[in-house]
Design a protein around this ligand. Structure first.
Ligand code: ADP
Ligand code: ZN
Length: 661
């Protein structure tokens, strides 16, 4: 009787059965060991999962070779990947591909990792303040067992230093540590600080590394040469076998959710990995997600707070500026109040940050005669006008075209620009303050490698007077020279078709505001808006996180949204509009049938056209599943797993969705 084995092939759906040829039977296999298998007409690298009693095909092929003496991952790590696959309904092969480096097929044998005692280096800060010290003591005291914490620290309260000390404590205990940050390119200051503290024990992991660098980083962790991994969400997959601490900085940040491929949420998955490996898990933020704060209230997480800025510096004073009175406008979206505040700031040789949230409000062209707005041919969105390059660009699929000199519908020649973008704002600053040194930071200006770091360094060295940018300028930066922050139009994110729109707006406003007055001089924030009475603005004016949370959690409860329920969003797309809508309707009907057997435990909402109904040439519909427990949704998904819609219909499953467009 041959020995049957089940393997996962990196990047391929499903699990496959083979047998071990007699020559390889004595080798012994542990989960995660790589093997080479015949696959179609070629050979592929696969990962041994388990032995099976009887294979699911009549004639199995033999495994060609066993590639590792010891596995690239240990059993607990493999258990974690399996959890990701099960929970987010992704094939294990896809999870492995997303987690593990793409190692060349002929490689060195990886030796068993050895726990090595690292010598913790000295920290650069003077002393921790009382709140920081308490947080470190409590969390460091919990190392060695699964203990989740919410570290709620106002902007500028010194969270980085707390993370650093906690990681030092983990290293002293002979354990490894992972620090997740929203975007690695945006954190050169944090990286410098960590390099200084951990030197060679530190390794970077993120998706933009070359395969070779990624392999090397992976190996250094497996071999016990690196003890600290820092990176964006994929750093959660760092293969430490002895994890002491996982820290998720800015835990509320939407970029922790991977939106394609394996759609995992790195923050949520961090808690599972922490639980499986007995680690301390720290979720840090000035504006915790409603879900996480709720968990700290119910006792699921322990709550620690850093209620004050370092050296008891005051939080910036935040003023609303009403955008409605036209007489106030000096230039589009530059009110008299904002312009005079910038003047004062520049005269005092201080720095200004101007924030524009372009999400959902792109500047576009408009025909003043018939009202037509040039749109993308492949997506149901308007094209964004880029003046410097004189092109219209689709921000979703990249489609580009020359701006029309006359309207495509009515041939009218009065083509005007609509809305506000970073480019226009920078031009306005040039017009108003010709002597000011400006820089713009958005996806366009940081495309070149190193451009982002360059801008941030210039900002730190005070070579820039006014920095204009999108979300990128919000995240975590610490520039003591900034005393004025202007939010040109806060209204841009209120009206997103997402139950988290108010929360996101509040988070963004608070985070942007938090960049002001971090140095010795106090900061001022001007929030320009057409709706000064909006609850997100009111809460941001008074830095009232808890007030905002109380209203938000009541609303979530009333509408039965997370954390009170769980959601899964099914997205159905097809190249033909009617196929997409009919396929979605058929699936929804089937799901309703399944739900009716569950006696109301599961609700099926939709189908409805997605807010962006056409994207990259495909028509999009979605169905929302809502239940008290994810289990209920998972069972319904199992029940329909064999369902096939019209030919060419694609279904994407978003468990715990973060976006709804
Ligand atoms: P947060 O991430 O909470 O917004 P940071 O970690 O960026 O805040 O810290 C803000 C600033 O305070 C940084 O310049 C940091 O070096 C400094 N800092 C942190 N802790 C201390 C301390 N105990 N004493 C003096 N300065 C500190
Ligand atoms: Zn497009």
């Amino acid at each position: 009787m041959p020995c049957f084995v089940e393997v996962a092939v990196a990047g391929v759906d499903g699990l496959f059965h083979y047998h071990l040829p007699p020559a390889l039977e004595s080798w012994g296999l542990t989960p995660g060991v790589r093997v080479r298998v015949p696959f179609g007409r070629t050979e592929r690298i696969a990962y041994f999962i388990r032995f099976v009693a009887s294979p699911d095909i009549a004639t199995t092929k033999p495994i060609s070779a066993i590639l590792d003496r010891s596995p690239l991952m240990d059993p607990p790590y493999f258990r974690f990947l399996s959890w990701i696959g099960d929970y987010y309904r992704a094939p294990i092969g896809a999870v492995i591909k997303c987690a593990l480096p793409t190692l060349p097929s002929r490689h060195r044998t990886v030796s068993t990792p050895q726990a090595r005692q690292a010598t913790p280096p000295l920290s650069a800060v003077l002393r921790l303040n009382a709140a920081q010290q308490k947080a470190v003591d409590v969390m460091a005291g919990a190392i060695g067992q699964f203990s989740p914490f919410l570290l709620h620290g106002v902007t500028g309260s010194g969270k980085t230093e707390v993370y650093l000390r906690l990681i030092e404590a983990a290293l002293r205990a002979g354990k490894g540590a992972i620090l997740l940050v929203p975007e690695i390119g945006l954190t050169p200051q944090l990286m410098d600080r960590f390099h200084q503290a951990f030197g060679d024990a530190l390794t970077l992991l993120h998706s933009r590394l070359t395969p070779a660098t990624r392999n090397q980083a992976w190996r250094r962790i497996r071999e016990g040469a690196a003890h600290v991994a820092v990176g964006a969400r994929s750093a959660l997959f760092a293969p430490f076998s002895n994890l002491g601490v996982i820290i998720v900085d800015e835990e509320h940040d939407p970029s922790y959710k991977q939106e394609d491929g394996v759609r995992y949420h790195a923050r949520d998955a961090a808690l599972v990995r922490g639980q499986q490996s007995g680690a301390v898990v720290v979720l840090g933020s000035a504006t915790p997600s409603t879900e996480s704060f709720h968990n700290s209230q119910t006792g699921k997480y322990r709550y620690l707070s850093l209620p004050e800025r370092i050296d008891a510096r005051p939080l910036p004073v935040v003023h609303p500026v009403d955008l409605r009175p036209q007489a106030e406008w000096v230039q589009p979206f530059f009110t008299k109040t904002l312009v005079s505040a910038i003047s004062r700031c520049l005269a005092a040789k201080e720095q200004v940050l101007l924030f524009i949230n372009r999400r959902g409000f792109s500047p576009s062209l408009l025909c003043a005669d018939c009202g037509d707005i040039p749109g993308c041919t492949q997506c149901s969105v308007s094209l964004t006008f880029h003046r410097r390059q004189t092109i219209l660009v689709c921000h979703h699929c990249g489609y580009q075209t020359a701006p029309p000199s006359s309207c495509g519908i009515c041939q009218g020649r009065r083509i005007i620009t609509l809305g506000l973008g970073t480019e226009q704002a920078e031009m306005a600053v040039h017009t108003l303050f010709p002597d000011a040194r400006t820089a713009r930071m958005d996806r366009d200006t940081v495309r070149k490698k190193g451009a982002q770091e360059q801008i941030l360094t210039a900002m730190a060295q005070r070579e820039i007077d006014v920095l204009i940018g999108t979300q990128m300028i919000v995240k975590g930066h610490d520039f003591p020279g900034i005393t004025l922050v202007g939010i040109l139009c806060a209204d841009q994110s209120f009206h997103f078709p997402d139950f988290r729109a108010a929360e996101r707006t509040f988070q963004i406003l608070t985070q942007v505001a938090g960049r002001a007055g971090r140095g010795e001089r106090p900061g001022q924030v001007l929030i320009q808006t057409f709706q000064p009475e909006h609850e997100s603005i009111q809460a941001a004016l008074t830095h009232d996180y808890e007030g905002f949370y109380r209203r938000e959690i009541a609303l979530r409860k009333e509408l039965y949204y997370p954390p009170f329920s769980r959601l899964t969003r099914l997205q159905l797309t097809h190249q033909e509009a009617h196929q997409a809508s009919e396929g979605a309707a058929a699936l929804a009907a089937l799901l309703r049938e399944v739900a009716s057997k569950k006696g109301g435990a599961l609700s099926v909402l939709g189908p409805a056209p997605a807010p962006i109904v056409k994207l990259r040439g495909r028509y999009r519909y979605h169905i929302l599943l809502k239940a008290g427990a994810q289990r209920t949704i998972a069972r319904a998904m199992d029940a329909i797993s064999g369902w096939k819609g019209p030919r060419g219909l694609r279904m994407d499953i978003h468990v715990d969705p973060q976006g709804f467009v």
